[in-house]
Design a binder for this molecule. Structure first.
Ligand code: TAP
Length: 451
């Protein structure tokens, strides 16, 4: 069966992609299983060299990968270049791992105890449509470094860059069955990753709803699982903050990637004494966001991914919703939605509790530090957040109080590949990136040798 891949900025078909069936998925998993012993036994230095070559191949192809992502996902060209560069950097970073996967020697009477960091086996990586390249790399790079083989399913809507990455891996000398990309439906290919006993771990990034199903499915086989799920993140602005900077950067914190970002700061909590002033400063910043052709260098926000998703985002703004102000968006073809600011009056408003995954931000006042922390935590999620203040003590107190995996003080950046990334509560399970991620792709084997 083939699937038409659509450019969300033009609504034109880019090309068709063959969807992998359940039988083809099983065959790919069998090939990955057969390829495991040879890949596991590649000398660590040689595995490291292959990953570096893969990184170099990505580097040489950055502009092409970025243009593919602009066309397939509507990402701005600036973001798409960063995303391709992130895959290169993550590959380089984990290329340092194979030679450092050492075990321990533990003193025991009557012999020697040694541990080995063994690969898990076949790892299934399931990727969402919002960041097709980086999220793929965060899964496959440490998995391959630890000696696992990988089957990867991109989102049905956005398979093109993952398919290109598979070609680049082969060009770099990584054996075809060691890293396979299988475009297809979650309910078919993703489901087989969960059910197939030869897949020893599933790395899933996507919605909390599907994540819960994946976890339940994996539980049936005690299969390892890493989950990176949704977020309803707070951007907390205290009265002692640099208000101009906080307001000027707030649109970037939520409207980047058209709000289709698990880390989007979709709630702005502002101390009541500066609430009106903050809104005054925010308005020109929001109206100034350049929305349009994502291939143009000056564009700051592209379209939403699909007509269906735009409808879902729009459903959060019934006709009677008071909108404080909004930016602009092109007319005509493309799944456009303008950056929108709302000021809900009830704490139970879905715009304050649900992940919209689009360019809508809710701005609400708080009285003091304790209330800010309580409001930030009043959600089932716990992925990221920002704290704007000039008081270092407050920055640390609030950072410790907010239940979220990735916080930024006087900044909105959440991702640095050499630092850990992941969520509290229903935002996920486990951590990706950073120095410890490789361990999540190994089993510790303990061997006693009697003397
Ligand atoms: P989902 O609908 O959950 O889909 C994610 C991936 O899972 C897709 O590849 C999808 O395939 C597949 N899938 C769907 N049903 C499945 C099933 N029953 N078994 C196995 N796989 C299945 O999410 P989405 O709409 O693509 O992405 C948006 C969500 O991802 C948001 O909630 C966002 O917060 C979250 N997200 C989280 C993070 C991190 S790092 N925490 C990063 C990015 C996104 P299809 O393509 O066929 O649907």
């Amino acid at each position: 069966m083939s699937h038409a891949v659509i450019n969300p900025a033009t609504e034109q078909e880019i090309r068709t992609v063959e969807l992998t069936s359940a039988e083809e998925t099983d065959a790919a998993i069998a090939r990955a299983e057969a390829a495991l012993p040879a890949w596991r036994d590649v000398a660590p230095g040689d595995r490291a060299r292959l990953l570096r070559r893969f990184a170099d191949a990505v580097d040489a192809d950055i502009e092409n990968l970025a243009r593919l992502e602009v066309a397939n996902s509507g990402h701005t060209i600036g973001n798409a270049r960063w995303e391709a560069g992130n895959v290169r950097d993550v590959l380089h970073y984990y290329a340092a791992a194979p030679e450092r996967l050492t075990g321990k020697q533990i003193p025991v009477p009557g012999g020697v105890n040694v541990t080995f960091a063994e690969p898990l086996g076949v790892v299934g990586v399931i990727v969402p449509w919002n960041f097709p390249m980086p999220i793929a790399g965060w899964g496959f790079a440490p998995a391959l470094a630890a000696g696992n083989t990988v089957v990867l399913k991109p989102a049905e809507l956005t398979p093109l860059t993952a398919l290109r990455l598979a070609e680049l891996a082969r060009e770099a000398g990584i054996p075809e069955d060691v890293f396979q990309v299988l475009p297809g439906k979650g309910s078919v290919v993703g489901q087989r990753f969960v059910e197939h006993p030869a897949v020893r771990k599933v790395v899933f990034t996507g919605s909390t709803e599907v994540g819960k199903q994946i976890m339940a499915g994996c539980a049936a086989q005690v299969k390892r699982v890493t989950l990176e799920l949704g977020g309803k993140n707070a951007n907390i602005v205290f009265a002692d903050a640099d208000l101009e900077r906080a307001a000027a950067t707030a649109p970037y914190g939520v409207f980047d990637n058209a709000g289709q970002d698990c880390c989007a700061r979709s709630r702005i909590l502002v101390q009541a004494s500066v609430y009106d002033r903050f809104l005054e400063l925010l308005e020109p910043a929001v109206k100034g966001v350049v929305v349009g052709d994502p291939g143009q260098e000056a564009t700051e926000m592209g379209p939403l991914i699909s007509a269906e998703h735009r409808q879902r985002v729009a459903s959060y703004l019934p006709d009677d919703t008071p909108v404080a102000f909004r930016g602009s968006a092109p007319e005509g073809p493309g799944f456009w939605f303008p950056p929108t600011v709302v000021t809900p009056s009830s704490a139970s408003d879905p715009l304050l509790t649900e992940e919209v995954f689009g360019p809508i931000v809710a701005v609400v006042p708080f009285a003091d530090e304790a209330e800010a922390v309580a409001m930030a935590n009043d959600t089932a999620y716990g992925l990221s957040g920002s704290i704007w203040t000039s008081d270092v003590g407050r920055a640390l107190r609030v950072s410790r109080g907010v239940e979220a995996g990735n916080l930024s003080v006087n900044s909105h950046a959440s991702v640095r590949y050499w630092t850990p990334f992941g969520g509290f509560k229903q935002s996920g399970l486990g951590r990706e990136l950073g120095p410890d991620a490789v361990e999540a792709f190994t089993e510790t084997k303990n061997v006693f040798i009697s003397t």
